[in-house]
Design a protein around this ligand. Structure first.
Ligand SMILES: Cc1ncc(COP(=O)(O)O)c(C=O)c1O
Length: 376
């Protein structure tokens, strides 16, 4: 699905030198590169504060802890996403409440979100799934009306521009009260291991986030609040700092591959190519098709998955089981039990290889095989 090796080889000399520099400095934890990268990411994103941490799941946990959410508080999030968001809500003994997504954008549907609000609701965690922004303008209006916090899960959409109806723009992850992201190697900005970050414009929240990520201390060995140990190590920060300079190129490569796919599938009636809402500048963490077949959609989609695999083409189902159908969460009756849009999508989505190193020959081979199976 990704080709991080070829991507590395294109910037090998810079990356190797940066790693060696950290090794020579031996400041493996909290070294200069961690601060440099945080500052550069803040500038890139247009955020006042960036607090690096160990991974994107920790970033969500730290964000929820910083907001002072209490056990029993309800947090609304989509069911159609990676489990990290819901898992962290449950881990903190908060109550996840699932809201439906829009079948075109794959992101939380504002109307459904508002329906899910109860007197216990304290926060909303929209996810910018596959690199497409959730409708933040509407989400922020709802949050304001009901006095709720918003944490944007930006793990899949770093670099995405959100275009407001008045023409202004902001990066996703900087619109809510807090934004979180992941530097998992396959992400658009991927480390050579784990990494994550929490972003905010709020000075008080930023101080709390820093403390929580560092055992609840602002002064060494003085622990004012309960925190955790979540650090981005210096080697990862040094690598990410170099890769951040290339992020816009990487996104451009992803968009080029997406356009190739779109064109190749333009006349294929069985496939729905990814929708781009006018407010979102898609960064294509994933290129996800909806493939519809009347009688047995899941079987047909899984058949394509298998057919591609037999032709040595990777493809993935993100995600085969939505949150509300997971064993751990299926008991939740505060959530909408029936999630027809999420269930419909779960049976029909399939993601094709998407990364910065796809060449035309590969894209042609992939699209030919997809069209062959789907009987274009
Ligand atoms: C939407 C979303 N949120 C959170 C995460 C968690 O990030 P990490 O794997 O760095 O903990 C991921 C990672 O796959 C993700 O896709």
């Amino acid at each position: 699905m990704v080709d991080t090796k070829t991507q590395y080889h294109k910037i090998k000399s810079q990356v190797d030198a940066a790693i060696l520099e950290v090794m020579e400095s031996s400041a493996f934890i909290n070294g200069k590169a961690v601060h440099d990268f945080a500052s550069h990411l803040s500038s890139y994103q247009g955020a006042k504060h960036t607090v690096p941490c160990a991974n994107g799941t920790d970033a969500l946990q730290i964000a929820m802890m910083a907001l002072g959410l209490q056990p029993g508080d309800e947090v609304i999030t989509p069911s159609f996403t990676y489990i990290a968001t819901t898992e962290v809500i449950a881990l903190l003994r908060l109550t996840p409440v699932f809201a439906e997504v829009d079948s075109r954008t794959f992101c939380i549907d504002p109307t459904e979100l508002e329906k899910a609000i109860t007197p216990k609701t304290k926060a909303i965690v929209p996810v910018h799934l596959y690199g497409h922004a959730a409708p933040m303008e509407e989400i922020m209006d709802i949050a304001k009306k009901h006095n709720l916090y918003v944490i944007e899960d930006n793990a899949q959409a770093i670099g995405c521009d959100y275009l407001y109806s008045n023409g202004s723009k902001k990066k996703t992850g900087t619109i809510g009260h807090i934004g979180t992201t992941s530097f998992y190697p396959s992400k658009n900005l991927g480390a050579f291991g784990d990494g994550g970050a929490v972003l905010t414009d709020d000075d008080t929240l930023a101080d709390k986030i820093k403390m929580i990520a560092n055992h609840g201390q602002s002064k060494r060995y003085y622990h004012d609040i309960v925190g955790c140990n979540s650090r981005l190590d210096t080697i990862q920060a040094a690598i990410l700092d170099i890769k951040l300079n290339h992020l816009d190129e990487y996104i451009a490569e992803r968009r080029k591959a997406a356009d190739f796919y779109d064109k190749a599938f333009a006349n294929n009636k069985r496939l729905k190519v990814p929708f781009r809402a006018g407010y979102s500048n898609h960064v294509f963490h994933q290129y996800t098709l909806i493939i519809d077949e009347m009688n047995d959609p899941r079987g047909y989609r899984d058949g394509l998955n298998q057919f591609l695999s037999e032709n040595k083409i990777p493809s993935m189902i993100y995600y085969p089981v939505p949150g509300h159908k997971q064993k751990r969460f299926e008991h939740l009756d505060v959530a909408a039990k029936s999630m027809p849009v999420t269930d419909w999508l779960t049976e029909r989505v399939i993601s094709l290889p998407m990364h910065t190193e796809l060449d035309e020959e590969q894209l042609e081979f992939i699209t030919d095989k997809v069209n062959e199976y789907t009987g274009k």
